[in-house]
Design a protein around this ligand. Structure first.
Ligand code: ATP
Length: 362
């Protein structure tokens, strides 16, 4: 069961040839939150719109869980498309906007949670009676997300859904998505410019370039490899996407120990509240580790306040004008460390050398 897309379409634009969107891909939306990444103009929004039935392509076939949904009108499609702008009805209050989908949506009888739960998750209780015209961009986006959940549709397509939120609020909303996916089996595809954002939310990533799929696969592979290939050069902070399973709860400290996926016995310690502590102990969690938060040591540090310590091997050393990017391997997983050029010279690191990577609780 998955989403299969065959799409070949020229979007007329100001260039003579137009923009060719040429995608043939099968996405495992039943088992992963899928992220779509690519530079501006790569075709991310156009792809999502075509899946939702908004695009006008003639050469298109979309199959969702073995059903052909190609010709369905947006209101009858099991896909709900949410873009950055949110688009609320300006003459209705927030509550009326949300109730509208509950009373008129074709899928609202299938909702597995209550209106109040959604209001609580999206922190909307104080906004319910407010006039839409007075809302901030971030508030509109949180309301639009609540409305998507209240649509009762099984596949939610999110196009830069939280771009107007500050990072802390954005992180909270993003972390809700894998949790909703595992708890309520709601499927999500999320478009983002930011690898850091996708590493928090997507366990499977599709990389688009000029209207075509360049790469697709598990996020820890695709995101970390993309970061190593473009580390420090494309304006993106290099980031490692890790995946693991909760093996222990340290209730006293509100922390979780997570065993990293792959053939490794190594665990990392993470904050329980950030990683939705309600998840069952066997559940997977996604971990996002910024390369500039990782420090390296040639000897095993002791008596340090830094909780996470992994034994890793140096796979690649790259010098940039302002920093060095070190690619480390932990069995088959990659971890990135961004260190200063001074530290690189001081450590005299060599490829294949065993070192210790340290970072604070995630
Ligand atoms: N309605 C339209 N009319 C003309 N050209 C369009 C239209 N929609 C998209 N395009 C063109 O198609 C290409 C892909 O656009 P799209 O919005 O899908 O890219 P994107 O990857 O989502 O970009 P961004 O990250 O900047 O939002 C661009 O060259 C864009 O100019």
């Amino acid at each position: 069961m998955s989403l299969t897309i065959k799409l070949s379409h020229i979007i007329e634009n100001k260039t003579q040839q137009g923009f060719m969107l040429d995608v043939e891909v099968s996405l495992p939306v039943n088992s992963h939150v899928v992220g779509v990444f690519g530079e501006s103009g790569a075709g991310k929004s156009s792809l999502l719109k075509h899946i939702a039935g908004i695009g006008q392509a003639k050469q298109k076939k979309i199959h969702y869980n073995n059903d052909d949904i190609t010709a369905l009108l947006p209101e009858n499609s099991p896909c709900c498309y949410q873009n950055q702008q949110g688009f609320l009805f300006p003459h209705l209050t927030v509550k009326e906007n949300l109730l509208l989908i509950l009373t008129h949506g074709n899928f609202s009888s299938a909702i597995p949670f209550s209106f109040d739960e959604v209001v609580n998750w999206c922190n909307l209780s104080t906004l319910l009676e407010q006039n839409v015209s007075t809302l901030s961009g971030g508030e509109i986006q949180r309301i639009a997300f609540a409305r998507s959940l209240l649509s009762g549709k099984s596949l939610i397509l999110l196009d830069e859904p939280f771009s107007a939120l500050d990072w802390q609020a954005r992180e909270k909303m993003l972390r809700m998505i894998p949790w909703l996916n595992s708890h309520y089996a709601i499927e999500f595809i999320i478009v983002s410019h930011s690898l850091r954002e996708l590493s928090l939310v997507a366990s499977y990533v599709v990389l688009l370039k000029q209207g075509k799929v360049l790469k697709q696969g598990l996020s820890n592979e695709i995101i970390t490899r993309f970061s190593t290939e473009h580390g420090g050069e494309n304006g993106q902070q290099a980031v490692t996407a890790l995946r693991g399973k909760v093996v222990e709860r340290l209730e006293k400290y509100q922390l979780l120990n997570v065993l990293l996926d792959g053939e490794t016995e190594q665990t990392v310690t993470v904050h329980a509240d950030k990683h939705m502590s309600e998840i069952a102990p066997s559940n997977s969690v996604l971990l996002s580790l910024n390369a500039n938060k990782v420090s390296l040591s040639k000897t095993k540090p002791s008596m340090t306040s830094i909780v996470n310590l992994l034994e890793v091997k140096v796979a690649k050393i790259e010098r940039f004008s302002s920093h060095a990017l070190i690619t480390l391997t932990l069995n088959e997983q990659l971890i990135l460390a961004e260190i200063s050029l001074m530290s690189l010279d001081k450590l005299t690191l060599a490829v294949d050398e065993q070192v210790y990577a340290q970072f604070k609780v995630l």
